[in-house]
Design a protein around this ligand. Structure first.
Ligand code: BDR
Length: 322
């Protein structure tokens, strides 16, 4: 059984990732920690509970994390995810925040890792503030983890937020820097350019979203706004090889739940630029080993997209837990 902790900034693609995790075989979600990011933290908390409600899994503990980055100014991705972070289609019966755990996200990560030494797979799909604080509080945390999967960063200095930077890293560059420096557990990165190149055809997306289940209807509703944007000619021009639907966060999650998902990768030491006028928040790959870092991360290059399609289908049709 794989034991997962998800650190999210729910967001449309975080919602999709959570739903995949809930329906993946032999996966237990020990907790979901929430971070500012796509939308302000209060929305992230509500959105996360909303996803769990649709999946009838409000038993999973949800923890409140940081509402702002370590040093940077706050930023959100409302243009893409909507003002509420979930497509601006409110649920009048949304679960209340009284369901949240009292314990805070960083402390919860530390506790869960301590209780399950060597077993916890941490999947981070938002800015890395919670993870950065957790490792400052407990420097031994990375040693207690099994692995870490991150959606974030960029590999070819192509950004989606700044010229050179991807949203999750740009939203908290210092946190990304600390995490890439201190988490010496096996680390896998689904970077922006890779996720663009791994986009799924819109025809798949149409088929997926037309399924007649409650969960498919939910995804359809919350994704409407972002998909309209993503299908626009301007947006497709902006992204590399824009050929379809890019469920960014889902890639990190899929790799975490299925060891055979990554079909090609490379190992390299990485860091994050903190100072550059144009390059702050950009991930830097140290192919020449200037940093003399022992720890190298696995950068995803290609993945099994047929598997991904199956996971996305299963996420909206499977009824085992939902
Ligand atoms: C990342 O930014 C967010 O908008 C998505 O949820 C994803 O985590 C892509 O840059």
């Amino acid at each position: 059984m794989k034991k997962l902790v998800l650190d999210v900034d729910t967001g449309v693609d975080d919602a999709q990732a959570i739903m995949i995790a809930l329906t993946a075989p032999d996966v237990e979600i020990l907790g979901i920690t929430c971070c500012h990011g796509n939308t302000p933290l209060d929305n992230v908390l509500k959105n996360t509970l909303r996803v769990l409600k649709v999946c009838n899994r409000l038993d999973i503990p949800v923890y409140k994390g940081f509402s702002k980055p370590l040093l940077a100014s706050k930023q959100h991705a409302s243009d893409y995810h909507g003002k509420d972070g979930l497509g601006e289609v409110p649920d009048p019966d949304a679960p209340g925040v009284e369901l949240l755990q009292k314990e805070k996200a960083a402390q919860a990560m530390i506790k869960i890792a301590k209780e399950n030494p060597g077993e916890v797979i941490l999947v981070a799909t938002g800015p890395l503030t919670n993870l950065a604080v957790a490792v400052q509080l407990d420097p031994s945390l990375p040693k207690k983890l099994k692995s870490l999967y991150i959606m974030g960063g960029n590999t070819e200095s192509r950004g989606n937020t700044t010229m050179c930077g991807e949203f999750n890293f740009v939203a908290d560059p210092e946190a990304a820097y600390i995490v890439l420096d201190r988490y010496t557990c096996p680390t896998y990165i689904a970077a922006w350019e890779f996720s663009c190149r791994s986009s799924l055809p819109w025809s798949f997306c149409d088929e997926w979203l037309s399924l007649k289940t409650e969960k498919a209807a939910f995804i359809r509703k919350i994704s409407n706004l972002s998909m309209k944007k993503a299908r626009s000619v301007e947006y497709q021009k902006e992204i590399i090889a824009g050929k379809g639907f890019n469920p960014c966060d889902v890639f990190a999650l899929a790799a975490a739940v299925d060891d055979g998902f990554i079909t090609e990768s490379e190992k390299v030491a990485v860091t994050v630029e903190l100072d550059g006028k144009h390059t702050r928040g950009m991930m830097v790959l140290d192919y020449m080993e200037h940093l003399k870092k022992d720890h190298k991360v696995v950068i995803m290059k290609t993945v099994d997209l047929e598997k991904l399609k199956k996971m996305l289908f299963k996420a909206v049709i499977q009824t085992l837990h939902c």
